[in-house]
Design a protein around this ligand. Structure first.
Ligand code: NAD
Length: 370
């Protein structure tokens, strides 16, 4: 695969391939209408790879993922694979990709589109203008720390242990990613931990403070206890720009922030690895939603989360801010015009299929680029 703007598409299962068809149309549009061109390869992952090759991720596909500039991922899983051995389940393909590519910074934006304000459970005036980014450490912490397990004691009682564990290097690499991203945004990082009651929280706060003083003094840094951060997210979410958190707190805070904006069908994400000497980071972009077997094949899937993941890819892997904005503005305008898939229907809107939503986005891109 050539080193210049190569993308590996892994559409996966269920609605993954359905939404990816629409994103592929947008990629082709960029190829034809903008200066940038992409070299796109496609591969199988999850249940689709299991059906074809007996494994959710082949070594060849993994090698392609290592060699390309960015992976665009759909979704994996489905009831058909419920009885597959654990090591061969569809999600193991995604987990292996994240592990082998050493993707440690998970990025989840939460953006309130004006025309979807009513989809939020919060009052419109609380979320109007919301545009925040959660950067979650995703390869360490309590989900991976050892020892862990459930033990039966001599008296027959049982006890369980998980270990919250962080090294200084794990903290500083994800914090550096958060500071770098803040520089591309409004220049503020809120670092969330529980330094009041956890040793990992103390180390987290010390390392983030030191890195900030050494290399990122131009960025505003605020420390916040993670429980307060959760409260602030539902009280006054527009105060945030970038929120930095460990694996556990980031998991909870990002789900909380996601729901501020309404539907799963609208939520993109990215996971980034370390930058190499040329500044290139390994990266995987994917919608937050799963394979939605309940609507797969019905043409009801919302392709916008996957499309917005592609916009993130343009921004973070290829530094194409203007092109990313072109997609995001097209999405906003299409929503404003009342065109909606079933999951985001509102009053005075017309319900369209996955493909018709793709048509509307392409028309809007044409209009904006004219
Ligand atoms: P899901 O995200 O697939 O679906 C949850 C609900 O949201 C469903 O009702 C679905 O119809 C709806 N929905 C999701 N995406 C939508 C979209 N783009 N447009 C319209 N509606 C949408 O979660 P689930 O039902 O818990 O899981 C289904 C399968 O997906 C499982 O096998 C699970 O393991 C897998 N999964 C995969 C990923 C991933 O690939 N990253 C993430 C989560 C779940």
């Amino acid at each position: 695969m050539a080193a210049n703007k190569s993308i590996l598409i892994l559409a996966g299962d269920g609605i993954g391939p359905e939404v990816m068809v629409q994103v592929r149309r947008v990629i082709d549009w960029f190829d034809k209408r903008r200066e940038v061109t992409f070299e796109v390869a496609e591969g199988l992952v999850g249940g689709a790879a299991y059906d074809a090759h007996g494994t959710p991720l082949t070594d060849e596909t993994l090698a392609d993922a290592m060699a390309c500039d960015a992976v665009l991922f759909g979704a994996v899983g489905g009831p058909k694979y419920d009885d597959a051995p654990r090591a061969l389940r569809p999600e193991m393909g995604l987990l292996r990709l994240r592990k082998e590519l050493d993707l440690f910074a998970n990025l989840r934006p939460a953006i309130a589109f004006e025309s979807l304000l009513d989809a939020s459970s919060l009052k419109p005036e609380v979320i109007r203008g919301l545009d925040l980014l959660i950067v979650r450490e995703s390869t360490s912490g309590v989900y991976f720390g050892e020892p862990r397990g459930i033990e039966t004691m001599p008296d027959g009682s049982r006890q369980a242990v998980d270990t919250q564990f962080y090294t200084d290097a794990e903290i500083t690499r994800v914090a550096a990613a958060a500071f770098d991203l803040a520089r591309q945004r409004r220049g503020k990082v809120t670092s969330a931990e529980k330094a009041n009651v956890m040793e990992t929280g103390v180390l987290w706060r010390e390392e983030v403070t030191k890195l900030h003083a050494d290399s990122y003094a131009d960025v505003e840094l605020e420390h916040m206890y993670a429980d307060n951060c959760a409260m602030q997210l539902v009280r006054a979410p527009t105060q945030f720009d970038v929120i930095l958190a460990d694996n556990l707190f980031g998991d909870i805070l990002s789900d909380c922030a996601a729901m501020l904006t309404g539907s799963l069908g609208m939520l993109p994400s990215a996971t980034l690895g370390a930058a190499d000497d040329s500044g290139r980071r390994r990266a995987l972009y994917e919608p937050v939603h799963g394979s939605a077997p309940d609507i797969a094949g019905t043409g009801a899937a919302n392709p916008l989360a996957c499309l917005l993941s592609f916009a993130m890819l343009l921004r973070f892997s290829f530094d194409l801010e203007e092109d990313a904005k072109l997609i995001e503005n097209s999405v906003a305008n299409v929503l404003n015009s009342g065109i909606r898939t079933a999951d985001i229907m509102g009053a005075n809107s017309s319900r369209v299929s996955t493909g018709v939503m793709g048509d509307a986005i392409l028309r809007e891109l044409d209009k904006q680029a004219a």
